[in-house]
Design a binder for this molecule. Structure first.
Ligand code: MG
Ligand code: ZN
Length: 219
């Protein structure tokens, strides 16, 4: 009973802070995207692809990692304003919370941005249980993880607006990528599924366009 009450309080407080974050982004005319997925799925690489595109939206990044600023440095090198959130300072949390995002948002130049992209901690389980104040949720899943992963970790995929199936060039056969896309749709028929490869550039135009459309017309 006591434990349930504590959990309710934590999630309730997260919801309230998430609403604050969303309000702050709305007031600045900025869309917020929460990108989730396993470590190594290609979240940072796909953002690099967007930042290199000629028609990229103006993106500010909140970079979540347990430790290091390695990914933040990759994105900052391409000109994006980036704020690092290292969760080892918060006890090594395996997900980002709305409070962490709320604390980092004022460090981004929201007036000059179309989008705030939050790259969540690499983890296929609990990040999807925490609303950060985002407008859309993206899951990046790579073919190299195994085509069955959407079936084994359905909650993450069920809550996604867009699922980018990355590394389609790495499958043992083209059937692996197709099977993974099918499995995403089995757990979430409403999801938009985008086969892509950050390495070969396949799907990057559509990925950039999806973000550009989301961020446009809010100012
Ligand atoms: Mg990364
Ligand atoms: Zn967690």
């Amino acid at each position: 009973m006591v434990e349930i009450k504590v959990l309710t309080d934590i999630l309730g407080r997260n919801e309230a802070q998430a609403a604050e974050n969303r309000k702050r982004c709305d007031a600045a005319g900025v869309a917020c995207v929460n990108i989730m997925g396993s470590p190594g799925a290609g979240k940072t690489a796909l953002l690099e692809g967007v930042l290199r595109a000629g028609n990229a939206p103006r993106i500010g990044v909140l970079e979540g990692d347990v430790s290091t600023t390695a990914d933040a440095e990759r994105l900052a090198a391409l000109g994006a304003p980036v704020v690092q959130i290292n969760t080892d300072r918060f006890g090594g949390a395996c997900h980002l919370s709305a409070a962490m995002v709320g604390a980092a948002l004022p460090s981004l130049p929201l007036a000059d941005l179309d989008l705030v992209v939050v790259e969540n901690i690499g983890n296929l389980i609990c990040p999807c249980e925490f609303d950060l104040g985002e407008h859309r949720r993206v899951v990046v899943a790579s073919v190299a993880e195994g085509a069955e992963k959407p079936l084994k970790y359905p909650l993450m995929f069920r809550k996604a607006d867009l699922v980018v199936v990355n590394k389609v060039d790495l499958g043992a056969s083209a059937a692996d990528a197709a099977e993974m896309c099918d499995n995403v749709l089995r757990v979430n028929p409403a999801a938009t599924v985008l086969p892509a490869s950050a390495r070969t550039g396949e799907g990057l135009d559509s990925w950039t366009e999806w973000l550009r459309t989301l961020g446009s017309g809010r100012k």
